[in-house]
Ligand binder design. Sequence first.
Ligand SMILES: [Zn+2]
Length: 275
Amino acid sequence: MSSRSFVVGDLQVTAVTDGISKVRPDSFPDANWHEHADLLHEDGTMHLPVACFVVRTGDMTVLIDAGLGSTKLPEYSEVFECGSLPSSLKEAGVSREDIDVVACSHLHLDHAGWLAQDGQPFFPNATVYFGAADWDEFISTAEPHPLAPDYIRAGVRAVEAAGRLEPIERDGQTIAPGITARATPGHTLGHQTFLLSSGTSRLVILGDSIVCPLQIGNPDWSVIAETDQAFARKSRESILKELEGTSTMAIGPHFPGLQVGRVLAGEGKRHFVVN
Ligand SMILES: [Zn+2]
């Protein structure tokens, strides 16, 4: 599955993939894997997409998240099989020049990888938004964080040099017509989710606030990549409380099958019900 499209009122959304991530069960140290063994591939990992979302809103084309990129780092060779975003965009009928806005949920490598290629912004006409606190966490530090290696820092700097970098400073900031950023810190300090809204339709693009639907029924299950687990849990809980029992749809870039769904409560637990 390299793409899937859906509508949110007048907004057209296409989920496109950059590839897959093979997530080891110990990435969720609290998870009860014997109850969820069906989620594991025969190699013992969960195969989750690394997706981005093209949103057509009015005259603008927005890309939410920017994949892992074409850089192959040996330390991640067993985790990521990525690099297909350009061909996925082409299949979806989008050129990189068409993208007016790129909004990164956070600056981990699998969400900001295509910001630049060969020292130049990969989306030459795009303004790039991201949560301001991620700058201090990942870009301006002396040493690169393992989840924001040198090529990510260089990509962000290349966009900055082109005068197209827009750190999100305020919760609820509008980044394009019908799209607002919501501060959901924890996974990273500047982590953002994006609320798409048109007429009575709403969709939340979750970033990694909820890495996979497993955490909808079990919001206490942290993922090891989180900067601040307590903060991440709090953000997850408040997002789920807001979604529960409403018609608002949700999806994240690592949700299996790129399927949108709703959060419903039943039998003392929340469930993700695919639309
Ligand atoms: Zn991720």
